[in-house]
Design a protein around this ligand. Sequence first.
Ligand SMILES: Cc1cc2nc3c(=O)[nH]c(=O)nc-3n(C[C@H](O)[C@H](O)[C@H](O)COP(=O)(O)O)c2cc1C
Length: 335
Amino acid sequence: MSFARTASLMRRGADFLGSEHAIMCGAMSWVSERHLVAAISNAGGFGVIACGAMTPALLDQEITATKKLTQKPFGVNLITMHPDIMALIDVCAGHQVGHVVLAGGVPPKGSVEAISSSGAKVICFAPTLALAKKLLRTGADAMVIEGMEAGGHIGPVSTSVLAQEILPHLGKDYLVFVAGGIGRGEAIAGYLEMGAAGVQLGTRFACATESIAHPDFKKAFFRASARDAVTSVQLDARLPVIPVRALRNKGAEAFTAKQREVAGLLDGQTVEMAEAQLQIEHYWAGALRRAVIDGDVENGSMMAGQSVGMVTKEEPVADIILALMEEAEAALSRR
Ligand SMILES: Cc1cc2nc3c(=O)[nH]c(=O)nc-3n(C[C@H](O)[C@H](O)[C@H](O)COP(=O)(O)O)c2cc1C
């Protein structure tokens, strides 16, 4: 099948990524490792390794292993607050990774420049139009705008509102990828028409056949509906928790208890603020691993977006991408 209309709207994004379609699989810690990343890129999308809390040595191994599974371009997602961020950038440069995605906050000083000088493209997240403009002015090559429907750490604004606020201003002159809550191609078509260069999906790909996520993690996704993917609650104003969207379970309740515990430590002045916040973040890193790798769907963190209701069975990545492209093309053809 030809996807002429969709391909035409995706051309800028696909050229930038070096992929057939401008469909990125957003990095998902523990899920987006060599197998899923290579499968996405081999199927014409753009896979992104989730570095998460990996050490530089581990990232080095992961990139090497991914390269053995695909000849196609893929990216690496680095969390801006990683203590070894500059060493991780060096690892990417050593492998000549073409695209580095900086997630989790404003990029630290020198990081964007270091990535650019290695020859790689820099992709940043922007939660507001003002920050998007600033990042693009200061060296970012493309942006992802991600709404609160998404799985994992989220901002407060929905994808549909962010897209209306940002795409009319930046979509024509810059490359903006839209993420959050995308489960079908009709939505992709809509964002492309509004000026997006492409899209990023996470939840829809998390349970693909090639994903190494535990079978119980996948089963929980297949059973869940949109309303099961809820956001974590912040308990204490001193501990500004970035909300996380995940399937409701005992682990989510435990996170609330963890905040109460850390707030108590702050009250007793037995812990510094920075350490307290780190404890909260580390809680999620370990909990996600328990869910994805060990299959502990009760106590682990089941990060998932609201589009989880549209994930009903295990399918090869290539079939998911094909379905998305067919749906987008059919929608555009009906216009
Ligand atoms: C299980 C899971 C883990 C995630 N981990 C990360 C991460 O480590 N870094 C990151 O930038 N985004 C992370 N995300 C967000 C995805 O990259 C992507 O932007 C998001 O899933 C898109 O929204 P969707 O889930 O509605 O498709 C994660 C999402 C999920 C579902």
